[in-house]
Design a protein around this ligand. Structure first.
Ligand SMILES: Nc1nc2c(c(=O)[nH]1)N[C@H]1C(S)=C(S)[C@@H](COP(=O)(O)OP(=O)(O)OC[C@H]3O[C@@H](n4cnc5c(=O)[nH]c(N)nc54)[C@H](O)[C@@H]3O)O[C@H]1N2
Ligand SMILES: Nc1nc2c(c(=O)[nH]1)N[C@H]1C(S)=C(S)[C@@H](COP(=O)(O)OP(=O)(O)OC[C@H]3O[C@@H](n4cnc5c(=O)[nH]c(N)nc54)[C@H](O)[C@@H]3O)O[C@H]1N2
Ligand SMILES: [Mo]
Length: 762
């Protein structure tokens, strides 16, 4: 299939955006054979009355650009509107065992799923079944299980309406096992920001980027993962905002940007430099770097007090709004520079130059992504970034605050409407009253607990609302065989992926409409809604022709399963909800009146409506009632010791993928073409190991748990990456990660610092 790829590795010197992104877009549009309709859909992307992009969760401005989409958002649209179809005939030709040999790219490239399917173990094939058969079969099975052993996974794309129905269905059934992709992603934010500032989400509005005078930017790659962010970043850079970046890799979108929507920039080849300082921190070394900055600021402030000059820290804010400052300040003063330099991989001069920018700035935004959350000490990362911000009152004022960049387009919203395994985060009493049932009260399974339950043979059934769970999680070589022991697996999906090819004893694959498509129900075409990284909620209306007439919408599929599984409930008419999604929104508004009053009236407000974030106006819903300054456990957040020959592996997304969906083999900004089987290495490490660029190596798991984890034959690419750190692609590398290697309190798999050794391929 795709094995005729020519491999090219080269230095990429062009900016992010620019002609490269146009070319990439044209290529994928041609490959998916999308027609004029799909191109028309692009003009409706992220517009009021249009549809919310299915790619990332970046904000949708009230006054959008003529084309408010980016290269990767457009790719996601083209991917969903592809003209290829995976029909029952496809499954007649290919057994599941054969398909297991296909690459992620080839599986999804086969096209959109069209018919409900049931796995037949005798022929090792999927075969078409009717929707009624599928629902009845699933319901009959679910009725026989212990609900506390059934997993209801959600990938963060499903709308607020679907997510609300899903979590309600799970709880009515008796399960609080509601892991979602957030458990592998920003759960560290949900836990870390909640404990520090009392709000579990970012505190800024999109418009704060017009008011800030500095941005401190950690471990997020906008050029690839949220390209529409490049526009406000470029505007900031042009306004003279200092953008101070901490990232082990020189990511192109943070260096320079050429706006593909600006004809002048495109024709003249001009681009805007983004970062004013770029610090290639060691993977897992951010707490060190942040401690260094805090130490500098606190000691400079100490001197100012002695000399009676202008103070550096905002003492009025610290006294009124925070707790824990003195204890933390003593730790910072007592941490020596040699340790800070060693742990961060940065020099004192570099760290002080960053701190000086912070000290002179009046309104600072802290941005971060997976580079901070996916570590054993991820919470320490988030807490330290909050600490830095609190030192000068940079939370809860215009132009300042915490700006985590969320992943999936509605991942934050799913949590808002009840998808959580934590009983205290769902309004259980309210649900009990609204629907007259007794919801489960005990802690459910998150992603890690679900993996453990599957490994131990405890899990009886897995329902997946989108996503590619078995590929996204760690430890493939142990998880995949265990997966087959599950009694029932059900996947609601748009395209075929590897999780579908690991059927439980009974397995259904249920194809659904995508968000871009017309969703026609009893009362006419329906809209849905999503929440972005800024807690803004918007309506989204699909208008493209559905990929097949046989598809059902996600709410219709959930209603089918619910009716076949649960006893009828006089307070809940699933069919009425499906006929008119406005009724689901009424129900959401009743459950969450503070956030969703007048939901139906407000959902198409340009720019969305804000759900409200208490920390954004300095209301701290923490244990102490104040913002808490925390002392980190350690300056090293990797969770393992340094030792000879051990490397820190960070697993990366290429420019040609959306999570486990691989669009192609071109990681343009990093100059890698035709392959994903590479490992980025530092030159000194290569020299020490006698390796040259282009050599083949094996990565070997080094977690010390005696399990054999090995990735054979990766091509070494000499790269600008700190010594002792290596980078390679997710999800292929997940087989090197033990399930137990996760963030302490949030349980997010520690995918950005996996302990590995490197061996020459024999
Ligand atoms: N096109 C596209 N868009 C996407 C996605 C996609 O796969 N493709 N995925 C979506 C999802 S679900 C998510 S969660 C987001 C993910 O978006 P990001 O948060 O950007 O996630 P990653 O690309 O995994 O890694 C981010 C950056 O962290 C850096 N990094 C690694 N380790 C460290 C460290 O220890 N410290 C610091 N400071 N930096 C580090 C890496 O070099 C990389 O630049 O994007 C969303 N948008
Ligand atoms: N090593 C490593 N592992 C990681 C990460 C990492 O950085 N490194 N990142 C983690 C992160 S941040 C995340 S969010 C997870 C991602 O984990 P998931 O969210 O589980 O995975 P995706 O790849 O986004 O899911 C892709 C599948 O979703 C289905 N799909 C697409 N659109 C729709 C739709 O509209 N409806 C339905 N029902 N299905 C749809 C398609 O069938 C497609 O195959 O992976 C995590 N795993
Ligand atoms: Mo994510």
């Amino acid at each position: 299939m795709s094995d005729d790829r020519t491999i090219e590795i080269e230095d990429y010197t062009a900016p992010a955006g620019g002609w490269g992104s146009m070319k990439s877009l044209v290529e994928i549009s041609a490959r998916e054979k999308i027609g004029p309709e799909a191109l028309r859909e692009l003009t409706r992307q992220n517009k009021p009355e249009g549809f919310a992009c299915v790619s990332c969760a970046w904000g949708k401005p009230a006054h959008p650009h003529a084309a408010e989409f980016c290269e990767n958002g457009a790719k996601a649209t083209a991917w969903e509107l592809t003209s290829y179809r995976v029909t029952p005939a496809f499954f007649q030709e290919h057994t599941v065992t054969e398909l297991l040999g296909w690459k992620d790219f080839d599986l999804e490239q086969a096209g959109r799923l069209t018919h409900p399917l049931k796995y037949d173990a005798a022929t090792d094939k999927y075969a078409a079944c009717s929707w009624d058969e599928a629902f009845a079969g699933i319901g009959a099975k679910l009725k026989t299980y212990d609900p506390t052993k059934v997993i209801f996974y959600a990938s963060g794309r499903a709308s607020l309406e679907t997510s609300y129905m899903y979590s309600l269905m799970a709880r009515m059934y008796g399960s609080q096992n509601l892991p979602d992709s957030s458990n592998m992603c920003h759960e560290t934010t949900s836990v870390g920001l909640k404990s520090a500032i009392g709000s579990a989400v970012g505190t800024i509005h999109l418009s704060d980027y017009e008011k800030c005078d500095a941005i401190f930017y950690f471990g997020q790659n906008p050029g690839v993962n949220s390209p529409r962010f490049l526009h406000p970043l470029r505007d900031c850079a042009k306004r003279g905002v200092e953008i101070v970046v901490f990232n082990p890799l020189k990511e192109r979108g943070l260096e320079k940007f050429q706006d593909p929507q600006n004809p002048l920039e495109m024709v003249t080849g001009k681009s805007t430099p983004i970062a004013s300082q770029y610090h290639q921190v060691k993977t897992g070394g951010d707490v060190g770097a942040l401690m260094g900055m805090c130490k500098y600021l606190i000691e400079a402030d100490d001197r100012a007090r002695e000399l009676n000059t202008l103070r550096i820290l905002d003492h009025a804010f610290l006294a009124e709004h925070t707790t824990g400052f003195e204890k933390f300040a003593d730790v910072a003063r007592g941490t020596d520079w040699a340790t800070i330099e060693h742990e961060s991989g940065l020099s004192r001069v570099e760290i002080e130059s960053a701190a000086k920018v912070y000290a002179k700035s009046k309104a600072v935004i802290a941005v971060y992504g997976m580079g901070l959350t996916q570590h054993v000490g991820g919470i320490d990362n988030v807490h330290m970034l909050v600490n830095l911000m609190l030192l000068r009152g940079n939370i809860g004022k215009p132009g300042a605050g915490m700006g985590p960049v969320r992943g999936h387009s509605n991942v934050q919203g799913q949590r808002t409407v009840g998808i959580t395994e934590k009983p205290e985060l769902a309004p259980l009493d309210k649900l009990a009253e609204q629907y007259g049932f007794e919801p489960p009260r005990e802690l459910g399974w998150d992603t890690i607990a679900s993996c453990e339950a599957v490994l131990e043979g405890e899990a009886q059934a897995f329902i997946g609302l989108g996503g590619n769970f078995v590929r996204a999680i760690p430890d493939h070589a142990r998880m995949e065989p265990a997966w087959r022991g599950i009694d029932l697996t059900v996947h609601i999906a748009t395209k075929l992926n590897r999780s579908h090819l690991l059927p439980g004893k009974t397995c259904y694959l249920l194809p659904c409409l995508g968000r871009i498509e017309t969703d026609m129900q009893g009362t006419g075409p329906q809209s849905v809604s999503v929440e972005d990284s800024f807690s803004q909620i918007y309506g989204s209306k699909g208008k493209a022709t559905p990929a097949a007439e046989t598809l059902l919408s996600e709410p219709a599929i959930l209603a089918g399963i619910a009716k076949a599984t649960l006893a009828p409930n006089p307070k809940l008419d699933w069919d009425a909800w499906v006929r008119d999604y406005a009724r689901i929104r009424d129900a959401i508004a009743e459950t969450y009146p503070d956030m969703f009053s007048d939901f139906n009236a407000k959902m198409f407000t340009p720019g969305g409506f804000w759900k409200g974030v208490p920390a954004a106006h300095r209301e701290w819903l923490t244990e102490s009632g104040k913002a808490e300054i925390n002392v980190p456990h350690s300056l090293n957040v990797t969770g393992f010791e340094e030792s000879e020959g051990r490397f820190r592996l960070m697993t990366l997304r290429s420019n040609d993928q959306f999570n486990t969906t691989v669009y192609g083999y071109h990681d343009r900004f990093r100059g890698v073409k035709g392959t994903r089987d590479i490992v980025f290495m530092n030159r000194s490490d290569m020299l020490r190991m006698g390796l040259t660029d282009g050599d083949d190596v094996d990565l070997v798991g080094d977690a010390g748990d005696n399990a054999d984890r090995r990735f054979n034959k990766l091509r070494v690419v000499e790269y600008s990456i700190p010594e002792g750190c290596v980078g390679a692609y997710y999800p292929e590398c997940n087989l090197l990660m033990p399930v137990a290697h996760h963030a302490r309190e949030s349980h997010v798999p520690a995918a950005k610092s996996v302990p590995v050794r490197i061996e020459k391929t024999r």
